[in-house]
Design a protein around this ligand. Structure first.
Ligand code: SAM
Ligand code: SF4
Length: 483
């Protein structure tokens, strides 16, 4: 019988991938996706625990869903099953049984490593539901199973022209501020053969670009396609393992795959072979998100980042030597415990030194159970806000100047999103700009969808570029973009 599913997603691209895979797992049970919780038989909140008040936000969203669920139960239609509420992701992992205690109307609580078991969880909850209309069933599954969930997931479905593919999960770096090692568990890399097979399916489904995902993606070290005792991967890797550079080189050989990206990386895992790959693999896009968090060596040590500001700058120099037009992005945390004015100034200096194309910045927020949460010398909220505003002003200036260097240039854009009207489409440049182009007619716009088309940049905005397609004589004047 047809049933409806609504997944509300929070957080990073890894959660986007997980939400796609949850719906793949539920499809054989007859679930199809709907846009609103009001229309859904099963609502899943796929949560993120990385920053402030994550759990409180989930509980308040659950309060709204409780009313919907109760209204459905009170409506008492016999042809409609009781509404089921699931909470997935890192808040579910961290809260576990506490969530069922605080929100007893929740039916399923499951972590990022167990969603392949959704069919069993849903079946159990349905069996137990007959007597308890409006109440929850409280099924909790927050294990870290020995067997990876990837072995049990169905084949990947089409995600369109730009697709996500998780290749690595968990993290062993234990940065002092970060909750990921506790919610996502120990680092695990998928075997290269599985990644290649999934990439082929995505390309067969129309993907022209694949973004390889991992909490610390450049720590990737998956079993090579010839097995654990087979010959080494490229770049001198031993023990039948492939690092990310070897995997990217192999994926670049897939017919029809034009672009490869990867995120998020740790500077310590930016190995020489991966840096070299940016100059060797055409499909590897000239854009890298490489979080540094702070420009102060004292803060980097307090954060347990295991590198200095100079180490980071040396990596940037090496990347620019191998790929001169590479655009850089980063994450920054302001107001980590102990951060002085001088530490903060060092971060601004590093930003001026690197020159970012774009970046994300956050006020430090203590995460229960992490070492930083127990540190003294907390920075006041007021000072955090002041520092964040100064940092963002500088980053925004850099982003606008970066975008402006593209005006008048022709670039290949992969159009993967609808535009504001039927003559427009939106897509990404190789440097990750969001590009909006007007094709003049709805037919031309439709023809561009899912393809890479050369466009001329007409104007630059803080978060996007406006463009029109390159036609006829225009094409002859094309010039490669340099940053
Ligand atoms: N693995 C990546 C790395 O090594 O930087 C980052 C993953 S984390 C999901 C994304 C970003 O959230 C981090 O880079 C950091 O800037 C931010 N973040 C993590 N914990 C935080 C905290 N407790 N307070 C504020 N920001 C935090
Ligand atoms: Fe968190 Fe990234 Fe540090 Fe791992 S490397 S602990 S995911 S910030």
């Amino acid at each position: 019988m047809a049933k409806t599913l609504h997944i509300k997603n929070y957080g990073c691209q890894m959660n986007v991938y997980d939400a796609i895979r949850m719906s793949d797992v539920l499809e054989p049970l007859g679930y199809r996706q709907v846009d609103t919780p009001e229309d859904a038989d099963l609502v899943i909140l796929n949560t993120c625990h990385i920053r402030e008040k994550a759990a409180e936000k989930v509980y308040s969203e659950l309060g709204r869903l409780r009313t919907l669920k109760q209204d459905r139960a009170d409506g008492g239609s016999e042809d409609r099953a009781p509404m089921m509420i699931g909470v997935a992701g890192c808040v579910a992992q961290a809260e576990g049984a506490e969530m069922v205690r605080r929100a007893p109307y929740v039916d399923l609580v499951f972590g990022p490593q167990t969603y392949h078991r959704l069919p069993e969880m849903v079946a159990r909850a349905t069996r137990e539901s007959s007597q308890k209309r409006g109440a929850g069933r409280g099924i909790i599954d927050t294990d870290f199973p020995i067997e990876p969930k990837f072995d049990f997931l169905p084949d990947a479905k089409s995600q369109g022209a730009s697709a996500f593919l998780t290749i690595q999960e968990g993290c062993d770096r234990f940065c002092a501020f970060c909750v990921v090692p506790y919610t996502r568990g120990a680092e695990y890399s998928r075997p290269a053969a599985d990644v290649i097979a999934e990439a082929r399916l995505l390309v067969a489904g129309g993907a022209r670009e694949i973004t390889l995902l991992g909490q610390n993606v450049n720590a990737y070290h998956g079993t090579s396609p010839s097995g654990p005792s087979g010959p080494s991967g490229q770049s001198g890797q031993s023990g039948g393992e492939w690092r990310l550079a070897a995997l990217a080189a192999e994926l670049a050989g897939i017919d029809g795959l034009e672009r490869i990206r990867y995120t998020t990386s740790h500077p310590r895992d930016m190995t020489p072979d991966l840096i070299a790959a940016h100059g060797e693999i055409d499909a590897l896009m000239p854009y890298l998100h490489l979080p540094v968090q702070s420009g102060s060596d004292d803060m980097l040590a307090a954060m347990n980042r295991q590198h200095t500001a100079d180490d980071y700058l040396n990596i940037i120099d090496a990347l620019r030597a191998t790929c001169p037009d590479i655009a850089l992005s980063s994450d920054f945390i302001v107001g980590h415990p102990g951060e002085t004015d001088a530490d903060f100034e060092a971060t601004l200096d590093l930003i001026r030194n690197v020159g970012y194309a774009q970046a994300y910045s956050f006020k430090y927020s203590p995460r229960p159970g992490t070492p930083a949460a127990a540190m003294e010398d907390a920075v006041s909220e007021e000072l955090k806000s002041e520092r964040l505003a100064r940092l963002q002003t500088l980053l925004n200036e850099q982003q606008i100047s970066f975008n402006e260097t593209f005006v008048g240039r022709s670039l290949p854009v992969l159009f993967d999103r609808p535009g504001r009207s039927d003559t427009q489409r939106a897509g990404r440049s190789p440097w990750m700009h969001s590009v909006h182009a007007d094709f003049g007619t709805a037919a031309e716009a439709a023809a561009a969808f899912g393809r890479t088309v050369d466009v001329r940049i007409l104007s630059a905005h803080p978060n996007s570029l406006a463009a029109s397609p390159v036609r006829g004589s225009d094409a002859a004047q094309q010039e490669p973009a340099t940053v």
